[in-house]
Design a protein around this ligand. Structure first.
Ligand SMILES: CC(C)(COP(=O)(O)OP(=O)(O)OC[C@H]1O[C@@H](n2cnc3c(N)ncnc32)[C@H](O)[C@@H]1OP(=O)(O)O)[C@@H](O)C(=O)NCCC(=O)NCCS
Length: 170
């Protein structure tokens, strides 16, 4: 299988925040944002693998900035690393200033998707070769995040998490 680049999976979703999607402070409801991020990330994982993909875990989400009603929100998702059947997808969320059009980073998330066949069994995905400095940085950290997610999910013994142990030994 030929290796791909993160740019091959890039997925951009731009949409409005409408009143029915907000919390009592008139900011975007967190669950609504998670759902939009999941949609964008699943398309990115599908573009990388060209297979059916399922969300295996939400590894990290930071709601750093509230997103007010009426905002134009852009969600950008890209596969940051591919393992055997799983893919880490990085999601950046931007809000656009109405007058200047200037984009500010509001939130980010990291999801894991698994490519599966028609029966739901995991299947192999192409490797990935990062190109930019940011893609290389995200690629480097992905194995550590995978191990953390597996340990927290009870799928890996902490003693086997070599990347995590190396982090604490530094
Ligand atoms: C995700 C799923 C396909 C994994 O299947 P499985 O039989 O446990 O398969 P495996 O243990 O071989 O894991 C497959 C891959 O997923 C990865 N994985 C599984 N759980 C993970 C987790 N919590 N965090 C990170 N990676 C995980 C494994 O490390 C493995 O990766 P690799 O092949 O790249 O090394 C299966 O659990 C599933 O179908 N879950 C439901 C998915 C779903 O419906 N999502 C929508 C939410 S409602």
């Amino acid at each position: 299988m030929k290796a791909k680049h993160p740019i091959d999976s890039i997925t951009t979703l731009t949409d409005l925040v409408l009143p029915g999607e907000t919390n009592p402070l008139n900011n975007l409801f967190g669950g609504e944002l998670l759902s939009r991020m999941d949609r964008a990330a699943s398309i990115a994982a599908r573009r990388h693998s060209r297979r059916i993909v399922v969300t295996a875990s939400v590894n990290h989400v930071a709601f750093n900035k509230a997103v007010p009603s009426g905002s134009v929100v852009t969600i950008e998702a890209k596969v940051s690393r591919a393992f055997t059947s799983s893919m880490e997808v990085y999601i950046d969320v931007w809000i656009e200033d109405r007058e200047s059009g200037f984009r500010t980073k509001a939130n980010e998330g990291i999801y894991t998707f698994v490519a599966v066949d028609e029966t739901g069994m995991p299947v192999k995905v192409p490797a990935i070769e990062p190109q930019t400095a940011l893609e290389k940085e995200r690629f480097e950290g992905a194995l550590r995040r995978k191990q953390l997610s597996l340990v927290l999910g009870g799928r890996m013994k902490p003693a086997e998490a070599t990347e995590l142990k190396a982090l604490f030994a530094e």
